[in-house]
Design a protein around this ligand. Structure first.
Ligand SMILES: *Cc1c(COP(=O)(O)O)cnc(C)c1O
Length: 435
């Protein structure tokens, strides 16, 4: 499989280059040159397959020309060595719980797969690889856990001051060793644009070997496709004749949305997606009006979705050749307010005994409002509610039990460097630290 850049469809790079450079020259994003349609027969048996089996089949279709199958199997099995259950919530509504990995958010999937691929490609004897990641919450921890103590790799996590929950910050700032935390006196969009500047800074890139672990790196999105197929398999396996399937996705940088649409392109029978925004409704507006206008960030309860200029929008547009009408036929918009998030968490806990986190709550609400007779819906439960215990305790008025793996972490000493939201501050820090 080769990859082209959204800026220049004639460039073709190898899997290795797409993985290791993270972003295409000039700021383009890499896309797979083809997304082969999987033969129907595959879907007949999918209900009997595990997520590892399913992922291995699809990874082989996409990546086996550059990585041999036994290696690919190890990468896939290592990535998915935690459960991703599809849990019944009520009626014909299911939660795909993506939060049972080491940092309890879906980002573990992409980060673990990417870490293994970079480990596979990096030349152990040459220059260290410096992984740069901006986080609005969960990417930082997932990437830190995925890359901790891998020889030859340094990780730099940029995060906006004052936004992250205690747990989210501890998941990378308390790790130490090859993981460096950088607190930016600005917003997540500032962090993201500083990272993008670093990738387009020719002078920096001549001196420092950089790659991205944000979802601008296509190798974070490839494994995220796999769990959509897995959700479909679980629905079939439940023997409940799902009928037509609808999927709701809580959106921030649109990585999950992009992965879902790529899975559909490969033949996954999902009738429609619901793209769910909180008050940061740039994609909602685009779907409604056809015009895309980045906005300033508004703080909400679902903070990992607080993104004003989602970087994967370019990929979605590319996937649909810029056609708003074709995209709008596959994806419908939904917007959820903070008030609706709190009410949904309380109501669902009272009615079903199911505790949603603020991000999953947006998608559950969207699905519930939108599902038609004869359809079955699942939504991506992107993080464990205990990652947001302060908010959840406020909303429910009772105290959520914190898993041990998280409790211990917040007691550790955190280390981070504060910098301004101007690009030279990041550049200097990278040059000094990697020298
Ligand atoms: C990152 C994140 C999102 C948004 O996902 P994207 O792929 O960036 O759209 C949603 N929920 C949680 C908990 C997240 O950490």
């Amino acid at each position: 499989m080769q990859f082209y850049s959204t800026n220049d469809k004639n460039t073709r790079v190898s899997l290795r280059e797409a993985t290791m450079s993270g972003m295409a020259p000039g700021g383009g994003l890499f896309m797979p040159s083809v997304l082969p349609v999987i033969p129907r027969a595959f879907f007949n048996n999918i209900g009997d397959m595990t997520i590892k089996d399913i992922s291995y089949v699809i990874a082989n279709i996409l990546l086996s020309d550059e990585i041999d199958s036994s290696e690919l199997k190890e990468i896939v099995n290592g990535t998915f060595d935690f459960d991703i259950p599809l849990c019944h919530v009520e009626g014909r509504l299911y939660a795909l719980e993506l939060f049972h990995g080491p940092t309890m958010a879906f980002k573990d999937v992409g980060a673990r797969f990417l870490a293994r691929l970079i480990g596979h490609f990096c030349d152990k004897d040459s220059e260290p690889v410096n992984v740069l990641v901006a986080t609005s919450g969960d990417s930082g921890g997932a990437v830190a856990a995925g890359f901790h103590n891998i020889p030859g790799i340094n990780v730099f996590v940029l995060y906006p001051a004052g936004i992250l929950s205690k747990v989210q910050r501890a998941q990378f700032a308390a790790v130490g060793d090859n993981i460096h935390a950088i607190e930016v006196n600005g917003s997540f969009d500032d962090c993201q644009s500083m990272v993008k500047k670093a990738f387009t800074d020719v002078d920096l890139r001549q001196q420092v070997n950089l790659t991205s672990a944000n979802s601008i790196n296509i190798m974070r999105l490839i494994p995220q496709m796999f769990y959509y197929f897995h959700a479909y398999a679980r629905l079939l396996h439940s023997g409940s004749h799902p009928g037509e399937i609808v999927c709701a996705v809580p959106c921030g940088n649109l990585g999950n949305m992009t992965a879902g649409l790529m899975a559909k392109r490969m033949g996954l029978p999902i009738k429609r997606f619901i793209a769910v925004n909180n008050a940061n409704d740039v994609f909602f507006d685009y779907l409604e009006t056809g015009s895309f206008t980045p906005k300033n960030i508004v703080k909400t309860l679902a903070s990992a979705m607080d993104v004003g200029n989602p970087s994967n929008f370019t990929r979605i547009l590319d996937l649909y050749n810029g056609s708003h009408s074709q995209l709008a036929a596959d994806v419908i918009p939904y917007r959820c307010s903070d008030r609706e998030i709190s009410d949904t968490i309380v109501d669902t806990f009272c009615a079903d005994g199911y505790l949603l986190d603020p991000h999953g709550a947006t998608a559950f609400k969207a699905l519930k409002d939108n599902l038609q007779t004869g359809e079955t819906g699942f939504f991506l439960a992107t993080a464990h509610p205990s990652k947001f215990s302060e908010k959840i305790n406020d909303i429910t008025g009772s105290k959520i039990k914190i898993p041990d793996q998280i409790e211990k972490l917040t007691e550790l000493k955190q280390r981070y460097t504060k910098i301004s939201a101007l690009y030279p501050a990041l550049k200097n820090f990278l040059l000094e630290t990697t020298r």
